[in-house]
Design a protein around this ligand. Structure first.
Ligand SMILES: [Mn+2]
Length: 421
């Protein structure tokens, strides 16, 4: 495995192994994300706990938020808490809230910030210079860590592959980098067969008698669309025991629910819920997408952004309420709204040509103006979480930023602001 891994990995794995070895408690909390990569990661880690004779307590969350972290760490002392497929950027916040009470291991492949801490280990491929968007899923990282510590865990190579496919790491034709290592392991162990279809590899998983992309989609439906009803629990169970007919039906039902909700949301927009500003068009769906998780609004925009209902020369911004209940944690007063931004294709081109400011600049900047914090931001797709009720303020700040950009551009030919990422 050495040829695949950067040196940091070995240090991190050693630290994780030491943390586990010195641990006298009998329970490990595993906090995981709710898409296919997050579910397979949760399944791998819960089995890993079993392998090292510990009980696991799984907590599925959609986003890392201080109020959620507080609730998870509440009353815990001297325990181990894993965070996976999220929290790479939240190490500092988690460290602060935990205040040295527990050992925290963050295993993530999203952009991250390393921190100096006795109690918090950030195991993130991005810190080692490996793109988590291209070369490794969280499930692959979990596979690498757990198999390095316990060989028995190799029986779950197929789960690492499903997580990678769930995050679309096969989009260039097949998975690459560390994910490829998981595929090779799975082939070698007789768990997987590679089939070539058109321009793409597909990974047939013997355990499920089904292709990885089909399984990944089912898992994401269960975890993300069925989030508020704990669909992820059924997904994780299926990861380890297989899908029975009932779970397959449930995943299909959720897929249909999503389609129906999306089409009704489009109706609402055409009936007057879409507001027009000078530079953007926006809507607030409130609780309409419940019981789907907060990813729904982003996915909805991704699917509809080029439909005729939207003006092709304006940014599109959608809001949905974040529920004040985390299924595994109970009531938490988040009082938050999730904002998601996308742009129609002609606008995308303008942004890439530098003729219009990108969302990677506008969304964090507008968020800052109203005291919110932006999540993952890219030039043509971005999301942020803000206080409920401040949606219009966000729109005003956004509009002003675009306006300022064009004013400056008129003054002198300026390049659009560049961001750090
Ligand atoms: Mn992931």
């Amino acid at each position: 495995m050495d040829q695949f891994l950067n040196n940091e990995f070995f240090d991190w794995i050693k630290k994780v192994a030491e943390t586990i070895e010195n641990y006298e408690g009998d329970k490990i909390t595993v906090v995981h994300h709710n898409d296919a990569d997050g579910l397979t990661s949760g399944a791998i880690l819960s089995n890993f706990c079993e392998c090292i004779d510990k009980k696991s307590d799984l907590v599925c969350i959609e986003k890392v938020h201080p109020a959620i972290v507080e609730k998870i760490h509440e009353g815990k002392e001297g325990e181990i808490i894993f965070y996976t497929d999220l929290a790479g950027l939240a190490a500092e916040m988690i460290d602060k809230i935990d205040a040295g009470r527990n050992s925290v291991v963050i295993i993530d492949h999203h952009p991250a910030k390393a921190i100096e801490s006795e109690n918090v280990i950030v195991f993130d491929s991005e810190i080692a210079g490996i793109s988590g968007d291209l070369f490794t899923s969280a499930s692959t990282l979990n596979y690498i860590i757990s198999t390095t510590i316990s060989k028995e865990m190799r029986k779950f190579a197929y789960l690492a592959v499903i997580g990678a496919v769930g995050d679309y790491h096969d989009r260039s034709g097949g998975v690459l980098g560390l994910d490829r290592y998981a595929v090779e392991e799975a082939v070698h162990l007789g768990q997987l067969k590679i089939k070539i279809e058109d321009v793409k590899e597909r990974y047939y998983i013997k355990f499920f008698n089904e292709f990885a992309d089909v399984i990944a989609k089912r898992l994401t439906n269960l975890g993300a669309i069925g989030y508020e009803n704990k669909g992820y629990k059924k997904g994780i169970k299926a990861c380890l025991e297989g899908f029975d007919e009932e779970i397959v039906k449930e995943a299909e039902r959720l897929e249909n629910l999503k389609k129906e909700k999306f089409s009704r949301a489009l109706d609402k927009l055409s009936e007057g819920d879409l507001h027009q500003e000078k530079y953007c068009q926006w809507f607030n769906l409130g609780d309409f997408f419940s019981p789907m998780g907060v990813k729904a609004v982003g996915e909805f925009l991704q699917m509809t952004k080029d439909m005729r209902i939207f003006s092709e020369s304006k940014y599109i911004i959608g809001f949905q309420n974040m529920p004040d209940r985390i299924p595994d944690l109970g009531k938490i007063n988040l009082n938050a709204s999730k904002m998601s931004g996308r742009v129609p294709v002609p606008m995308e081109r303008k942004i890439f040509r530098g003729e219009a400011p990108g969302l990677d600049y506008l969304v964090p900047a507008a968020s800052e103006k109203i005291g919110a914090f932006a999540d993952a931001t890219h030039r043509i797709a971005a999301a942020t979480t803000l206080q409920k009720g401040r949606e219009e303020e966000f729109i005003r700040a956004f509009e002003k930023l675009v306006d300022d950009f064009y004013r400056k551009k008129l003054d002198k030919q300026v390049k659009p602001p560049q961001t750090l990422f």
